[in-house]
Design a binder for this molecule. Structure first.
Ligand SMILES: [Zn+2]
Length: 427
């Protein structure tokens, strides 16, 4: 068959058109700041319609009815028996049964069946092509189209509710809150009456929304200071959000390795050890939790040690990059299939709370080392994840310039009069 993958091009990066429409209501609002309560004002967005590839071929659609068989349908189109047999053979081998309501698409030339296609699910369709009465089947991913959209809002109550009322989905609104309520980056904290501008991408298959959108860039304007955050994915690492200078906004570590009930012992160089009944330094934090509570790796790292470690009982040591190391002690058991030198992910379960070693009750002993020196985890500022590596910095900067320009273009201009807008005021 002809390489249909080539015909159906991935349109994921389809050219996107953003109509810039000024929002007069936003302008009104910004000039009547005394208005109370502050309304959420949404700048309008216009979606360029997701285009389907224009084809000169004349496909005919048939919706399967109750009582239809492939034979009866082929007979209606006066298609030769040989085509039917070829298709039947393929279909019974590879494909699900068709049901009433499903649509078959035929490409017929001079009473000969050239191709037949039908949806397998929302993501894929089957394409059967015939040549010399031999049918070939390909299963093809439907092209995903996307549009870049713009929204802006003034935060009346919370960033999340402003984003939601501006028209972002619940998921995206929550994602936005995560971005701007990030204890690793106090500068990004959103305040009441801040202005937020959001560029996001929506995805479509067959013109229908197909998955939750992605926030591509967001700019928070607080006291006339702009904080730009943008999403970037380099060819090697998973994507993340970065500030304009290419620093990651994600904290490198989870705040806590375990869901604990209370902190039963803090970091100190001097304490009465409840087990040894002697004055000892406690160079870690004890998190009291029920036996069996999962213990998670605070970051992406490599296991240095897993096994029995004296007073720490069942313990795991994990190295996080060049500078950091953590020790997790008193585990009842380890997570399955963990070995020395193995990589663990941030949030991955490495073991379960117990009281092995010198422990009077179930808790996690957690020590954190910076350059080999134990530090108090609870008072340590959380380091951020790595920024964009030098290798991809210029590509990142190009993306950033483009997004910053788009955001700027989309800023509502008070001089323009809104036309054809879907601007709405939400109380
Ligand atoms: Zn301890």
């Amino acid at each position: 068959m002809n390489g249909s993958k080539g015909i159906i091009k991935k349109l994921g990066m389809a050219v996107c058109v953003i109509a810039i429409v000024a929002s007069s209501t936003l302008w009104l609002y910004s000039h009547h700041k005394s208005a109370n309560p502050a309304p959420i004002t949404t700048a309008a967005t216009t979606i360029a319609p997701a285009t389907t590839p224009v084809t000169t071929d004349n496909w005919q659609s048939y919706q399967i009815k109750n009582g239809d068989t492939l034979a009866s349908i082929f007979a209606q189109y006066k298609l030769p028996q040989t085509s039917l047999l070829a298709v039947e053979k393929l279909r019974s081998l590879h494909l699900r049964n068709l049901h009433p309501g499903d649509t078959l698409n035929f490409l017929i030339k001079q009473n000969n069946l050239i191709s037949l296609k039908y949806d397998l699910d929302a993501r894929r369709y089957a394409l059967i092509t015939l040549s010399n009465d031999i049918a070939h089947l390909s299963i093809i991913d439907k092209p995903i189209t996307s549009n870049l959209l713009f929204k802006s809002a003034v935060i009346a109550y919370s960033l999340q509710s402003a984003a939601y009322q501006a028209g972002l989905t619940k998921t995206m609104s929550a994602e936005l809150r995560e971005i701007f309520q990030n204890h690793a980056n106090p500068a990004l904290t959103a305040h009441k009456n801040d202005h937020i501008e959001i560029l996001y991408r929506e995805y479509y298959i067959d013109g229908k929304k197909y998955k939750p959108g992605d926030i591509v860039a967001a700019e928070l304007i607080h006291d006339n200071k702009k904080q730009l955050v943008l999403r970037y994915q380099d060819p090697v690492n998973s994507d993340g959000y970065y500030t304009a200078n290419g620093r990651s906004i994600d904290p490198l570590f989870l705040p806590y390795p375990v869901q604990f009930k209370r902190i039963s012992s803090r970091f100190t160089h001097h304490r009465l050890d409840p087990y040894l009944h002697a004055w000892r330094a406690h160079l870690g934090v004890d998190f009291a939790a029920d036996r069996g509570t999962p213990i998670r790796s605070i970051g992406n790292g490599r296991i240095d040690f897993i096994g029995r470690d004296g007073g720490y009982g069942n313990a795991v040591k994990v190295h996080y990059g060049r500078y950091y190391e953590a020790l997790y002690g008193h585990m009842s058991r380890f997570a399955k299939a963990l070995h020395n030198n193995e990589y663990v992910k941030k949030g991955e379960i490495i073991g379960y709370v117990g009281s092995t070693g010198w422990a009077t009750g179930p808790h996690l002993h957690f020590s954190f080392f910076v350059d080999g020196v134990p530090e108090d985890w609870l008072s340590l500022p959380l380091p951020r994840a790595d920024g964009i590596s030098n290798h991809y910095l210029s590509a990142f900067e190009a993306t950033e310039r483009e997004l910053a320009r788009t955001l700027q273009q989309d800023e509502p201009k008070p001089t323009k009069v809104a036309q054809n807008t879907n601007t709405k005021n939400v109380k």
